[in-house]
Design a protein around this ligand. Structure first.
Ligand code: F6R
Length: 607
C-alpha cells in the first residue's frame, strides 16, 4: 500500500528519497512522486515531480530535470480515492505546502465542500488534497507548520500517516500519525521519516516508532514529538535488527521464489530458543493456565493460519477455539467468553482491520492478547500484551509464503503452551516438539518437488478456474493454495472442504476444471479418496499432492505428485509448499507481475 519517505539533511536527499521508494515498491503502488526544497534558501522554491507507474520513471525524470534539495518528501500511491493518475499522485500542494499521506480521510467530502466554499481549488480527486489545503489555510493565517498540523489533525477523521513541508520554512518537516505507521530514522546531523524502516536502512539503523496520535517536528538537528494531548514526549530511538540486504533478490528471479526457498531457515529461526535439544521452551508464552477459550483474528493468508490452528488447539490442547476474519469481527457484536485469549496473526503487524479488531476486543473487556507477528515494533506488537515473533525475516513478495509457514510453526508452539492444563500435557508437548524438530529438514526435502511442479504448472496456464480440495486441517491449506493461485496468476480459484463437494460445487466439474487435492496419509485419506472418485466419475481433471504412503496412484485424468511422508501434525505446513510452488510457476508462465500482483498491496493499512 502507499509508502512514505521524508528527509532533512545538509546533503542532497533526492537519491535517499528515491531509494526509499524503491525499497517500498514491494508494497504495491500505481504512481510515485517527490517534492524537494533547498534549505539554503528561505523561502525555497517547491520542486514537485510525479509520475504514473514505476519509481524508475520518477527517478529518470528527476535526473533529467536535475531535481535536488536538502529537505524532501516522497510517496508511492495505491489508489483509494480517485483513479491512478499523475494528478492524483502525491505530494499534493496548496500554496507553500506540500503533503504526502497514507490512509484514508473519512470526512474528506465535508472538508472539501467547506474549503471549496472558501475559494480553495482542487486539482485532484484524492482525500489527501484536503489536508494540504487545511494546512495552507492555517499557515496563511500565520501559524507555523507544526501548529498548523496540530490544528488540522483535530479536523481529520480516519486513518493517516502524513508528512508536510512548507517552502517558507524549508529546514523542517512535520509528521503526524493516526492509524498508519511512521518511523523516524536518526542520522548524524540529518533525520528521516518513513512508513517502514526498510526504506531507510541504507542511511540509518536507529529508529523511533511514533505512537498513535503523535505529531513530530523534524529538523537536521532535532526531533520533537508531541502526543495526542500536545504534550512533549520521548519516543526512544533503538538500533534495528532488520537485515540491510532484506530488499535484495540475490540469485532468485523473484522475491517470492527466494522467500519460498528461505522457509527451512525461517522456520529454524522461529524455533530457535523455543525448541532446545528436542524439548520445548515455552517460557516466552507466559502463564496460559487461566485460558478457557481462544479467539483468533486475522486477514487473508494469516486468517488461513488461524483456521489451521483451530484444528490443533481443539484436538491437541482441548481448548475451545474460534477464528474470524478481522473485518467481520470488528463490525459485529461478538459474545466473548470470560478467560478468552485473543490471538491476532499478522505478517506486517499493521493490517488496519486486524488492529481495529484488537482494539474492539479490548474495548469489550478482553484482557489477555497475544500477537503472532513478523515485525518487531509494529503497531500490533506494541498494542498486545504478549508477542510471539515469527522471525521469518523481511517478506517482500506481496504473496505471503514464509510468513505463513512460520505463523503455523508459532501456532504449534502456542498449542503446546495451551495444552499445559491437560493431564497428559507432557506427552502432547513432546509429540509437538518431535514433529517440529523434523520440520526444517522436511521443508528442505519438499522443495525438491520444484521441478515436477514446474512441469505441472504448464497445464494450468491456459485455465480460467481451479478448485482446491482438502479435509480436516488440510482444508485451510487448500484455501491458502487457492488464494495464492488467484492473487498471482489471476486464475479464479476456490477451495472447498472435500466433504462439501456434493452440496453444490460438483456441478462445476468438467474437463476444463482442474481440481487440486491435498491428500496426506492421515485418518481422513479414505474419505478423501471417495471424493476424488466423485470427481473422476464426472470427468474432472485431478492433480493430487499425495503422501508417499497414501496409496493414491496416477490414472486417467489424474496426476499424482508424491509429497514426502511426514507426521500428521505438521502435514499442513509441508503441503503448503507444493501449492506455493504451483502458483509461482503458473504465474511465471503467464507472465504476471509475481512480486507485485495487480491491485494488491503488501501491507493493508486502510480498511
Ligand atoms: C496473501 C496475503 C494477504 C495477507 C493479508 C494480511 O498472500 O499476503 O492475504 O495475508 O493482507 O496481512 P498481514 O498478515 O500483514 O496482516
Amino acid at each position: 500500500m502507499c509508502g512514505i519517505v521524508g528527509a532533512v539533511a545538509q546533503r542532497d536527499v533526492i537519491e535517499i528519497l528515491l531509494e526509499g521508494l524503491r525499497r517500498l515498491e514491494y508494497r504495491g503502488y500505481d504512481s510515485a512522486g517527490v517534492a524537494v526544497l533547498d534549505a539554503a534558501h528561505q523561502p525555497a522554491p517547491l520542486q514537485r515531480l510525479r509520475r504514473l507507474g514505476k519509481v524508475q520513471a520518477l527517478s529518470d525524470a528527476a535526473a533529467e530535470q536535475g531535481l535536488a534539495g536538502g529537505t524532501g518528501i516522497a510517496h508511492t500511491r495505491w489508489a483509494t480515492h480517485g483513479e491512478p493518475s499523475e494528478a492524483n499522485a502525491h505530494p499534493h500542494v496548496s500554496g507553500d505546502i506540500a503533503v504526502v499521506h497514507n490512509g484514508i480521510i473519512e470526512n474528506h467530502e465535508g472538508l472539501r465542500r467547506e474549503l471549496q466554499a472558501e475559494g480553495f481549488v482542487f486539482q485532484s480527486q484524492t482525500d489527501t488534497e484536503v489536508i494540504a489545503h487545511l494546512i495552507a489555510r492555517e499557515t496563511a493565517a500565520g501559524q507555523p507548520l507544526l501548529a498548523a498540523v496540530k490544528a488540522v489533525r483535530k479536523r481529520l477523521e480516519g486513518a493517516y500517516g502524513m508528512v508536510a513541508v512548507n517552502s517558507q520554512t524549508p529546514d523542517r518537516i512535520v509528521v503526524a500519525r493516526s492509524g498508519s505507521p511512521l518511523v523516524i530514522g536518526y542520522g548524524i546531523g540529518e533525520h528521516f521519516v518513513a512508513s517502514d524502516q526498510l526504506a531507510l536502512l541504507p542511511v540509518t539503523r536507529r529508529f523511533a516508532f511514533l505512537e498513535e496520535g503523535d505529531v513530530a517536528e523534524i529538523t537536521r538537528q532535532s526531533v520533537e514529538v508531541f502526543d495526542l494531548n500536545d504534550q512533549p514526549v520521548v519516543r526512544e530511538a533503538r538500533e534495528s535488527s532488520v537485515e540491510h540486504d532484506a530488499g535484495d533478490k540475490g540469485e532468485y528471479r523473484h522475491y517470492m521464489l527466494k522467500e519460498i526457498y528461505e522457509q527451512p531457515q525461517a522456520i529454524t529461526n522461529t524455533l530457535e530458543g523455543r525448541l532446545l535439544n528436542g524439548q520445548l521452551n515455552l517460557e516466552a508464552l507466559g502463564d496460559l493456565s487461566d485460558v478457557d477459550s481462544v479467539q483468533i483474528i486475522a486477514c487473508g493468508t494469516s486468517y488461513h493460519a488461524g483456521v489451521t490452528a483451530r484444528y490443533w488447539i481443539e484436538s491437541l490442547a482441548g481448548v475451545a477455539c474460534n477464528v474470524e476474519i478481522a473485518s467481520e469481527f470488528r463490525y459485529r457484536q461478538p459474545v466473548i467468553r470470560p478467560n478468552t485469549l485473543l490471538v491476532t496473526i499478522s505478517q506486517s503487524g499493521e493490517t488496519a482491520d486486524t488492529l481495529a479488531a484488537l482494539r474492539q476486543a479490548r474495548a469489550q473487556g478482553i484482557t489477555k492478547t497475544l500477537a503472532i507477528c513478523n515485525v518487531p515494533g509494529s503497531s500490533l506488537v506494541r498494542e498486545s500484551d504478549m508477542t510471539l515473533l515469527t522471525r521469518a525475516g523481511a517478506e517482500i513478495g506481496v504473496a505471503s509464503t514464509k510468513a505463513f509457514t512460520t505463523q503455523l510453526a508459532a501456532l504449534l508452539l502456542l498449542t503446546a503452551g495451551l495444552a499445559e492444563r491437560r493431564a497428559d500435557a507432557a506427552a502432547v508437548q513432546q509429540k509437538i516438539a518431535n514433529a517440529l524438530a523434523t520440520l526444517p529438514g522436511l521443508i528442505q526435502q519438499t522443495l525438491g518437488m520444484n521441478e515436477a511442479i514446474e512441469k505441472l504448472a504448464e497445464r494450468f496456464a491456459e485455465k480460467h478456474n481451479a478448485l482446491f480440495l482438502g479435509r480436516g486441517d488440510q482444508y485451510p491449506i487448500a484455501m491458502e493454495g487457492a488464494l495464492k493461485l488467484k492473487e498471482i496468476s489471476y486464475i479464479h480459484a476456490e477451495a472447498y472442504a472435500a466433504g462439501e463437494l456434493k452440496h453444490g460445487p460438483l456441478a462445476l466439474i468438467d474437463a476444463e476444471m482442474p481440481i487440486v487435492v491435498v491428500a496426506p496419509h492421515n485418518d481422513l485419506v479414505e474419505k478423501l479418496k471417495s471424493n476424488i472418485e466423485e470427481v473422476r466419475a464426472r470427468g474432472g481433471e485431478l492433480y493430487v499432492f499425495a503422501g508417499e504412503s497414501a496409496e493414491i496412484s496416477s490414472a486417467d485424468n489424474m496426476v499424482v505428485v508424491p509429497v514426502p511422508n511426514c507426521d500428521d501434525l505438521i502435514a499442513p505446513i509441508v503441503y503448503t509448499l507444493p501449492l506455493q510452488l504451483l502458483s509461482y510457476h503458473v504465474a511465471v508462465i503467464k507472465g504476471t507481475d509475481v512480486d507485485q500482483p495487480r491491485n494488491l498491496a503488501k501491507s493493508v493499512t486502510v480498511e
